[in-house]
Write a protein that binds this ligand. Structure first.
Ligand code: BTN
Length: 332
């Protein structure tokens, strides 16, 4: 784990420009011995940061790193988001930004907290899966939001958050190719770009605290993509240029805050049209795995509440509120 102000963290800041720095120069700048520098480099490598070392030239992080900075993220915030966020937390490394915010919940003093991390050591995906979260390369964000609503009224929130994330990506300049896979996976041309994990703590009739976790791939190496063994993409693969993570983080917060306020007033209704236009499963034959059943049918879009509508083999359209979808393979 790379702690703020540690040797490894200071080295990261110096090497983030992507250029070569000799061990001697790094030692002079940080007032440390070359062996302390070497140990720091080893710590970076053990956190999965690729450091190239060349004799005579020194150390370099190929392509550099665009580290997150609170002031830079705040620069991209609009007045509405700045006003709504009570606390801003930027972590170097944490197990999971969702878990971090879950540990901060104080129901006697509800707060809106925005959290970003450079790395997650136990990043969580949906359905108990893990979310690969290497240092400095992607967005790992969680937002703690308090709803003055019964938890049962939050059905559909995850779909609204998916639309909000697409709005942020549009603002960032990615307009074409984005798609949504029910309930809230964000794809670009059939390759997964981002995922959402919402965790909720609430009592019936008492309002609830919601932790909205979003992971966006900004840079993944070919090795990382191969290791995941699924169709995956990243912002840099799409735009073919270095990502501006601070800008993306700021735009994401703007879109999330505005969309959460919209959801508080109108529920899912004002997101349905956009969701429908991005639906990548509509008309496709798919399998839905629920806790108890496996159902095959043709996807008919979503209901007003955000349920998946499946046309079954008896010609009936049934709504499903949860489950995991997989596309049926076409026979050759
Ligand atoms: C998925 O598609 O399976 C959901 C992935 C959600 C990942 C994000 S990264 C920030 C937040 N913290 C976590 O541990 N998970 C979410």
């Amino acid at each position: 784990m790379i702690k703020k102000h540690s040797t490894a963290h200071q080295l990261l800041t110096l090497l983030s420009d992507g250029g070569f720095h000799s061990g001697e120069d790094l030692g002079k700048t940080l007032k440390m011995t070359r062996s302390a520098i070497w140990k720091g480099i080893k710590q970076l490598e053990s956190s999965d940061i690729i450091v190239e070392s060349l004799s005579g030239k020194g150390y370099c992080i190929p392509n550099g790193l665009d580290l997150l900075e609170e002031a830079k993220i705040r620069n991209y915030l609009d007045a509405n988001a700045s006003k709504a966020i009570d606390e801003f937390v930027l972590l170097g490394s944490t197990e999971s930004t969702n878990d971090f915010l879950l540990s901060q919940i104080d129901t006697t003093q509800p707060k809106t907290i925005a959290c970003f991390a450079e790395q997650q050591t136990k990043g969580k995906g949906r359905r108990g899966r893990s979310w690969v979260s290497p240092f400095g390369n992607n967005i790992y964000h969680s937002l703690l939001w308090n709803f003055d609503k019964d938890p049962s009224e939050l059905m559909g929130l995850s779909l609204a958050i998916a639309v909000a994330s697409v709005r942020a990506l549009n603002q960032y300049g990615i307009e074409d190719g984005l798609e949504l896979k029910w309930p809230n996976d964000i794809f670009w041309k059939s390759h997964k770009l981002a995922g959402i994990l919402i965790e909720l703590i609430g009592q019936p009739h008492e309002g609830c605290e919601v932790v909205i976790g979003i992971g966006i791939n900004t840079r993944l190496s070919e090795e990382q993509i191969d290791a995941l063994n699924r169709p995956i993409t990243s912002i840099e693969k799409i735009t073919q240029e270095a990502a501006n993570r601070n800008q993306l983080a700021g735009l994401l917060l703007n879109a999330l805050v505005a969309s959460l306020q919209e959801f508080e007033k109108h529920g899912l209704a004002s997101f349905l049209k956009e969701w429908g236009a991005l639906d990548m499963l509509r008309g496709k034959t798919l399998n839905l795995q629920t806790a108890k059943h496996s159902i095959t049918g043709i996807m008919q879009g979503i209901s007003e509440k955000g349920a998946l509508l499946l046309l079954d083999k008896n010609g009936k359209v049934q709504p499903y509120l949860s489950g995991e979808t997989t596309l049926e393979q076409k026979s050759p």
